[in-house]
Design a protein around this ligand. Sequence first.
Ligand code: NAI
Ligand code: MG
Length: 496
Amino acid sequence: MSTTAETLAAAYFKDGTLPALPSGHFIDGAYRPSANGGTMEAFDPGLGKAFASFAAGDAEDVERAVASAARAAVLWRRSTPIERRRVLAAAARLVRERAETLAFMEVLDSGKTIAEARGDIANVARLFDYYGGLAELHEGASIPLGPDLTSFTVNEPVGVTAHIIPWNYPSSTFARGIASALAAGCSAVAKPAETTPFTALLFAGILSEAGLPAGVLNVVTGLGTDAGAPLVAHPAVRHITFTGSVATGVRVAQSAAPNVASLTLELGGKSPVVCLGDCDLDAAAEGVLWAIFCNAGQVCSAGSRLIVERSIHGALVEKIVTLTKALKVGHGLRGADVGAINSPAQLARIRTHVDAARARGRSIVTGGGIGADAIADTGWFYRPTIIDDLPADDACVCEEIFGPVLSVQVVDDDDAALAAANGTEYGLYAGIYTRDIGRAMRLAREIVAGQVTVNDYWAGGIALPFGGMGKSGYGREKGREGIDAYTATKTITIRG
Ligand code: NAI
Ligand code: MG
């Protein structure tokens, strides 16, 4: 029987025992130390303590990884779609076999709950299966030009791709880009976030065991400035997939411009959940609760703004507050509903936002401070927080907080709801709660967002295209469209 996360957690809490961890970057098919010997400490956000160290890479490690990926790109582009599918399917099986260890490591790295981590690891296996299948189905077109000409398109892999991974969904963000790139016939170099290095390293080992040739996937760990910056500026990189902040995304786009490398930018948001007066109040309350407090609010597509019609404002907020107060905040391996904040820097950002709102006299109806429920959970926690009745220009309405903080805006009709929903620079995601399909459809059409759900905030999954409008970025990941960024269309025309 395979080890469960509970067994691993018991050993870890007893004396710090961990499963075997990879040591070094994953370059050219093997784990290797940094060229300069540098390492960094990895912290468990639930305890606020270091648990291991990992390689701190720089430009020299990036150079080796990109050189390896460039060599492998030539080989991998000639692989058959069936070969790519077999590797990805075998990797999916290994991920499922080792799901408990992977989920355990994801909790230690990120601070999320074990339930959330299990969901993420299941998604990784799904992504490997889905894009493995798509390798065979990413077909071109035949274009009619007349009797003497035959014209058709071929989806060619773009070559070496770079993947800058954030810390909120280290596993699933890694897998959605890497699975698409490998299925398309591209090679890849991934740079995980400096606070969450381990799962990407473990997936690299798994893909290698599954038969991926050396060099097709490389992982360089370390700081964004030391390892990420030289990777995205490297002239051999043809496409960059970046998920993170707007400021860093802009810098990445600037680095890519001289090389004319293409980009997918997923830059977060300030997504609205519009609750109209005729909605099912209990369903809406439960939907809003998890729209914002899932992953302790550290979600690019978190529903961080409740936009509520005045007739149900008091009743709906009361229901959400009651549910919020019942949430247990603590270490992800000790049965918490809401886990830790990933780093002290992120915790400080959240505190600064809420403290400033308090100083402006805003109405914090629950939460508004730090700390877990259990004394043993000594890490970085923020109480699930709701700030009621905010004006449209409040900083907590306009700016991404990236933590468990829900802002509430009260509106009088659908036009006001729409104006509020579209009142930020972002446009990633939106939820709508109403029993009236006509009202729902009008809002779904008019709200600026890459994805809209009605009466179930997190409906859907890896098969749905996902990405932003406005400052939330551009390009689409997941679904059939996810593979497009990694291929370029070649049109071949023959007279004869
Ligand atoms: P960040 O955007 O700086 O980091 C994201 C990734 O980019 C990390 O892997 C980092 O190492 C890398 N990176 C940093 N500087 C780089 C550079 N010059 N070149 C290449 N790669 C670089 O975000 P950070 O500082 O971790 O968080 C700040 C804010 O960003 C959060 O408060 C949140 O608002 C937002 N964010 C949004 C995410 C999303 O899912 N869209 C994910 C993470 C953060
Ligand atoms: Mg960590």
